[in-house]
Every structure is written in structure tokens, then in C-alpha cells.
Design a protein around this ligand. Structure first.
Ligand SMILES: NC(=O)c1ccc[n+]([C@@H]2O[C@H](COP(=O)([O-])OP(=O)(O)OC[C@H]3O[C@@H](n4cnc5c(N)ncnc54)[C@H](OP(=O)(O)O)[C@@H]3O)[C@@H](O)[C@H]2O)c1
Length: 307
């Protein structure tokens, strides 16, 4: 399942970390989603994930295409609204409201980021929380904090699944998250501290307010980079043998710049690959949220309990 990182130009004797690809994790999640899609389809319901794109950002359009292709492969309908870059906040809210009110639409996402003159957070609050497949609506973050059922934020949930898939226990161990952003660091810290066999960790969150953050990362059994600062995590920040998860990335055009410098593989015991680590699990979790939303909206079969 996991392979060692090639030594490359580094010393031949340098230890190399086990790789933790996200692809096989995503495949397993998506196989389950596909079965659940088939079950709903047999009941005459086509699950539907609607997408909204505002403006002409190439990267955002690319992400939407990937999600639509995946939706089609899984058997989801994927109605789409593309608003011009000049769209107003009211235009965006109108599109979201129309999808909220459409009973044939079970899941909904607004591609982030939206043009600067629009307020993504306000738009998110207009969305029906039960259709929020990103798991980022304030009500869903509240559900996460209170351990109530609801869609989980995709990247944090994907990281928990990735660790579990690769048999990396976090229960009782020290996890340090570098970054407290709303998308990744903050919800991940809540998730991994919850009382569950695949979580239950001692979680510490560090950020720009903790100038000596390497003091914390150096004692982490599992270090998650969630800063969005290319190369911020270097080998000297990693405890030998620790697990390093690269969540934070920045794009310069099409070039992906990860938080975790590749040389960390010399020190880490296991590490996500530069490409194909956390990303595929994020997309898989989106579809898991979407099929769960479709099942909830459709209701249980006679004799079935709630999921
Ligand atoms: N792989 C994926 O599928 C995926 C999905 C979603 C997001 N992401 C990535 O995850 C990253 C985090 O996203 P986000 O929206 O949660 O984050 P965000 O809101 O951009 O926050 C970044 C966090 O990193 C901290 N930080 C930045 N520079 C730092 C420094 N020099 N030293 C210490 N801490 C520093 C910030 O600290 P302060 O709070 O003190 O400012 C902040 O808490 C981004 O790179 C994003 O692209 C990846």
C-alpha cells in the first residue's frame, strides 16, 4: 500500500519515510459512495450535487470540472450555475436560494474563492446547512463542535480517514496542527480531539501567535501542516520518525507549492506525497457528504433505520 520515498539526490544512507498516498483512501470512500448511489437510484432517486462558480478564475473552473466529472462517474446529477465576475451578492444569494428550494438538489457547493467584491461567508450562511457538502456552514461547524450529526469539513475528515487507512493511530498521541484557519487547522483540531477510536488525540494548534512553534512541532507524533506557506515545514521542525501530513498548499499559476518541504522525508517516519496526499481524500469526502445529504432528504426505506 505505502511505498518508501525515493532517496533522490540525497545521501544514499538517508532514511526515507513511508509514503501515505490519498488515492487508495479516496478509492475506498468513493466505492462506498457508488454503492449508496446505486441503492438510491434503485429507489428511483438520482442524487444531485449542484455547483456554483462565480467569475472566470481558471483554477476554480478546473476544480469545478473535476468535481463534475467525478459526479458523473458516480451517477450524480450535477446542475451548475456559472455567474459572471460582475455578479452581485444578491445574484449569488438568488442562485443559492433557488438550489436550496429545489427538492431534486441534495447537495450544494459554491466554489471558493469568489471574486473579491463578494462575501463568501455571507453566501455560505444563505445555504441550506443540510445541503452544505463542504461542511463549512456555521451550523455545521457548530454540529462538529458538539459532535452532532452533520456534514464534516472535507479536508479535516479526509485527513482523519487517511491516517486511519494507513494504520496510523492518533488516539492518546500528540498531534500538532500548524495553522488555525477555518477550512483546515481549526476544524481538524476539533475533529482529532473527539472521543473516537480514529481520533482521541492530544491536539495542539500553533499559528503566528506562537513564535516558537517549532518547539511544539518537534514533539509531535503527528504533524499536520495547515498554514498555506510554501516550505514552512523543514526537517529541523520534525521529530525523527514522526508522521507528517501536508495539508497546506499554495498555487502559483498551476504550480503547487506545499507547506512541507520534500526533504522532511529524510526525518519523518511517514509522510504524504507532494501530490496525491490530502487532495484526493478531500474530494472523496465531498461526495460522501453529498450522498449522505441525498439519503437524509430521501428518507429511509420501510424497515430501515436512520443512517
Ligand atoms: N489539500 C487540500 O485539499 C486542501 C483543502 C483545503 C485547504 N487546503 C489548504 O490548507 C491551508 C490552510 O487553509 P485555511 O483556509 O484553513 O487557512 P488560512 O485561513 O489561510 O490560515 C492559515 C493559518 O496558518 C497560520 N500561519 C500562516 N503563516 C504562518 C507562520 N509563518 N507561522 C505560523 N503560522 C502561520 C495562520 O496563523 P494566524 O491565524 O495567526 O494568521 C493561520 O492560522 C491552505 O494552504 C489551503 O490551501 C488544502
Amino acid at each position: 500500500m505505502s511505498q518508501p520515498v525515493p532517496n533522490g539526490s540525497e545521501s544514499e544512507s538517508a532514511p526515507s519515510a513511508r509514503l501515505l498516498p490519498g488515492g487508495p483512501v479516496a478509492e475506498r470512500i468513493l466505492a462506498d459512495v457508488a454503492e449508496r448511489v446505486a441503492a438510491l437510484t434503485r429507489r428511483g432517486v438520482t442524487p444531485s450535487l449542484a455547483t456554483v462558480l462565480v467569475g472566470d478564475d481558471d483554477a476554480s473552473a478546473g476544480y469545478i470540472r473535476i468535481k463534475q466529472r467525478q459526479a458523473a462517474e458516480l451517477g450524480f446529477a450535477s446542475p451548475h450555475e456559472h455567474l459572471p465576475a460582475s455578479a452581485t451578492q444578491a445574484d449569488l444569494h438568488a442562485v443559492i436560494t433557488a438550489f436550496n428550494d429545489d427538492p431534486a438538489v441534495h447537495g450544494l457547493l459554491v466554489q471558493h474563492p469568489v471574486p473579491k467584491h463578494l462575501d463568501y461567508d455571507r453566501a455560505l450562511q444563505v445555504m441550506d446547512p443540510d445541503k452544505d457538502v463542504d461542511g463549512m456552514h456555521p451550523l455545521n461547524i457548530g454540529r462538529l463542535a458538539l459532535e452532532l450529526p452533520g456534514p464534516l469539513p472535507c479536508t479535516p475528515a479526509g485527513i482523519e480517514a487517511l491516517l486511519a487507512f494507513h494504520d496510523i493511530p492518533v488516539s492518546g498521541r500528540e498531534v500538532v496542527v500548524l495553522g488555525r484557519g477555518a477550512t483546515l487547522g481549526r476544524p481538524l483540531s476539533i475533529l482529532l480531539a473527539q472521543k473516537r477510536p480514529t481520533a482521541n488525540a492530544a491536539v495542539t494548534v500553533v499559528h503566528t501567535g506562537v513564535a516558537d512553534w517549532p518547539r511544539y512541532t518537534l514533539r509531535a507524533d503527528v504533524l499536520v501542516a495547515a498554514a498555506g506557506v510554501p516550505g514552512i515545514v523543514q526537517p529541523e521542525h520534525v521529530k525523527p520518525g514522526a508522521v507528517v501530513i501536508g495539508g497546506g498548499v499554495r498555487y502559483e499559476g498551476r504550480r503547487l507549492l506545499p507547506d512541507v518541504d520534500e526533504s522532511c522525508a529524510r526525518v519523518a517516519g511517514a509522510i504524504t506525497p507532494r501530490v496525491g496526499g490530502v487532495g484526493p481524500t478531500t474530494v472523496a469526502m465531498l461526495f460522501r457528504n453529498a450522498i449522505t445529504a441525498a439519503e437524509r432528504a430521501t428518507g429511509p426505506l420501510a424497515g430501515e433505520g436512520p443512517r
